[in-house]
Design a protein around this ligand. Structure first.
Ligand code: E4P
Length: 223
């Protein structure tokens, strides 16, 4: 399962990319709004694109099809490899249908059920983003929606790539990988949590201590 970082913070994205563990980035208006308001959005997006080089989803903010298509054109004029992130609303599906006709990749976002994912797939979405953490937040089993979607994809051999989104912790990542999601888009903090294990830290510390002890003994012997 591929990992993307779900962030608009260039320092975090640079670090995650330097570790070789991510193959793409997803952004959204809320993530962009967390960054310094003086930042030029186009420059930031191009910097992220240059840093990671792989998938980069950039979200539109229009709620009508024509507006979404205008924004898609603008984003594509920044860099033609952009994936256009479109909300899961009827006007969004019409935009997806048109962008698919133009062979522009789309990522349908704010999907909370397998039925929505199926509709987005049929409209021609390249990616469908299922938000599991936000479902968990309202006492609904987010993993169940991911599992249902993966099952339907297996049965019918559907084409869109399933992105598990709104990930809250490393167990979500594991569960999505087991369910068969193609991609998980993961906040930087959770990517870092995935790397940590107390036995790795204590194991490394004792290797280093033992090495220093051995070195000191060898130096004593050769003195
Ligand atoms: C997906 O592409 C979204 O950017 C993201 O996963 C939303 O997650 P949140 O629920 O943590 O805001």
């Amino acid at each position: 399962m591929q990992l993307y970082v779900d962030s608009a913070n260039i320092a975090d994205i640079r670090h995650a990319a330097s570790l070789g563990m991510i193959s793409g980035v997803t952004t959204n208006p809320s993530l962009l709004a967390k960054e310094d308001p003086s930042i030029d959005i186009k420059a930031l997006i191009l910097d992220i694109h240059k840093t990671v080089g792989g998938h980069l989803s950039v979200e539109v903010v229009s709620t009508d099809t024509a507006g979404m298509l205008r924004e898609a054109d603008e984003i594509l004029s920044w860099f033609p490899e952009a994936t256009i992130k479109i909300p899961m609303i009827p006007a969004g599906l019409s935009a997806v249908k048109e962008l698919a006709r133009q062979q522009v990749p789309t990522n349908v976002t704010l999907i909370f059920s397998a039925a929505q994912a199926l509709a987005a797939n049929n409209a021609g979405a390249t990616y469908v983003s299922l938000f599991l953490g936000r479902l968990d937040d309202v006492s609904t089993d987010g993993m169940r929606a991911v599992e249902d979607t993966c099952e339907i994809w297996d049965v019918h051999g559907l084409e869109s790539q399933i992105i598990a989104a709104s990930i809250r912790h490393p167990i979500h990542v594991l569960q999505c990988a087991k369910a068969g999601a193609h991609i998980a888009t993961v906040p930087y903090k959770v990517l870092m949590q995935m790397l940590k294990h107390p036995l790795t830290d204590s194991g490394l510390q004792s290797f280093l201590n033992d090495y220093e002890k051995m070195k000191a003994e060898k130096e004593k012997l050769s003195a």
